[in-house]
Design a protein around this ligand. Structure first.
Ligand SMILES: *Cc1c(COP(=O)(O)O)cnc(C)c1O
Length: 414
């Protein structure tokens, strides 16, 4: 590679950073020096606000208010309050989103409730290449309700749905966790509705970085993570969306006291609460919700369309850097706008490549079987970071650093 190419890319990076200065929230986050963090799609970085919110929840609320904090710090209503903040990022109305359980449990509630809204339909569609928990949960619900799970890729879903009358639910991820491909939520949802079916969307890799448009797209149910791009912290509570038109018919498969109309009446009869509250189960993870609520303030004053523009610019520029620096690894992520906020590359030694990058301070992750997955959390990455990461990728590949023995042994979490 000529120095000219690097000089030109450096100038491009500086110009793009100037152009996108209005969406730079780097100062709101606490990234360690010497790290280019390309794993915000797996565990979002710690923000100043999340740290402060956690400290306040522990020291003042728990420490001083004690049990009074359920009222005085509004712990009891936090699942709906934080749900409303997330709804705004998803193009969903207030009162349609609640947080509290994991994505896995939230998905179970959504898929189970959705299937029961279509009692005469026997088939549930999901993507065989989906994140495994999504396939497991969907299969489990089918076994429990006596339904048939049909594994159909999102690219084939519209064709499968056309003219059919047996499908109860199409359950898909908005962005493929491995390849980063962005699927057409509105088109698949419309095909499901035309066939009399419902649609449930997993937004783990789109919430906070893609204009999801849940209401406009007509989605019936949706779930997603709090700890990925939303940066709510390790194990942060996930969110569950139920379209307003389904709320009165929504039957929570886990009837708990938090979803009861009058929880403190301590009644043995279960009367579901009105609205999204009926999707709650048990006592919410207050500390986790506090961290997530703090983290979401990073979006104050930003629209998701601005964040999306920055995200597309960062990922697009990364691919431009790969090309400009002569790195010819196959890019499995779509080069057009049908992508989330990641770029995945294929390499036969992908695991070792990721380890070699981490040793250089470029933190991404490996996904089976041969994917180097690099996530570009738009709020805290710059185009200069992107270029620096691409130079490290080039050096790891051309210097064959991934062949070193130390990068080959697998840790528990990859
Ligand atoms: C990250 C992710 C999950 C994680 O589910 P947990 O219950 O938080 O472990 C589920 N589905 C998809 C698509 C994901 O990307």
């Amino acid at each position: 590679m000529s120095d000219d190419a690097l000089t030109e890319l450096t100038r491009r990076a500086q110009n793009l950073d100037a152009e996108h200065a209005g969406t730079d929230r780097r100062d709101a986050f606490e990234l360690p020096d010497g790290v280019i963090y390309l794993d915000g799609n797996s565990l979002g970085a710690l923000s100043v606000a999340a740290r402060e919110a956690t400290r306040d929840a522990v020291e003042r609320q728990w420490g001083k208010q004690l049990i009074r904090a359920w009222n005085e710090s509004a712990w009891w209503t936090a699942p709906e309050r934080v749900g409303d903040r997330i709804a705004a990022l998803l193009g969903a109305p207030g009162g349609s989103v609640v947080v509290g359980d994991s994505t896995t449990v939230s998905l179970y509630k959504a898929v189970h409730a959705a299937a029961r809204l279509r009692p005469n339909r026997r088939v549930v569609l999901t993507d065989p290449d989906s994140f495994p928990t999504d396939v497991h949960v969907t299969r489990g619900v089918c076994e429990q309700l006596g339904l048939t799970l049909e594994l159909v890729s999102p690219g084939e879903a519209v064709t499968r749905l056309q003219g059919s009358n047996d499908v109860a639910l199409a359950a898909y991820s908005h962005v493929d966790y491995r390849t980063g491909e962005l699927w057409d939520l509105a088109a698949i949802t419309a095909a499901a509705h035309d066939a009399g079916a419902l649609a449930c969307w997993d937004l783990c890799h789109s919430a906070g970085v893609v204009e999801v448009g849940l209401a406009d797209g007509g989605a019936d149910f949706a779930v997603g993570c709090g700890y990925k791009y939303l940066s709510g912290g390790p194990g942060a509570p996930a969110f569950l969306y139920v379209a307003p038109e389904h709320l009165s018919e929504f039957t929570n498969p886990i009837l708990g006291w938090n979803g009861h109309a009058t929880p403190f009446a301590m009644s043995p009869d279960h009367v579901p609460a009105e609205g999204i509250t009926r999707a709650r189960v048990g006592t919410p993870p207050v500390l986790g919700i506090a961290a997530l609520e703090g983290a979401l303030t990073a979006y104050d004053g930003l629209s998701v369309s601005d964040v999306r523009r920055r995200s597309l610019s960062l990922t697009g520029f990364f691919v431009e850097c790969l090309d400009g620096l002569g790195i010819d690894l196959p890019v499995v992520t779509p080069r057009d706008d049908r992508r989330g906020s990641q770029v995945s590359l294929r390499h036969p030694d992908a695991y070792a490549v990721v380890q070699a990058l981490i040793a250089r301070g470029v933190i991404g992750d490996f996904r089976e079987p041969d994917i180097v997955r690099l996530g570009f959390a738009p709020l805290y990455l710059s185009h200069e970071d992107v270029l620096a990461a691409a130079v490290h990728v080039r050096d790891v590949i051309t210097g064959r650093e991934f062949e070193r023995e130390e990068f080959r042994s697998r840790a528990t979490v990859t």
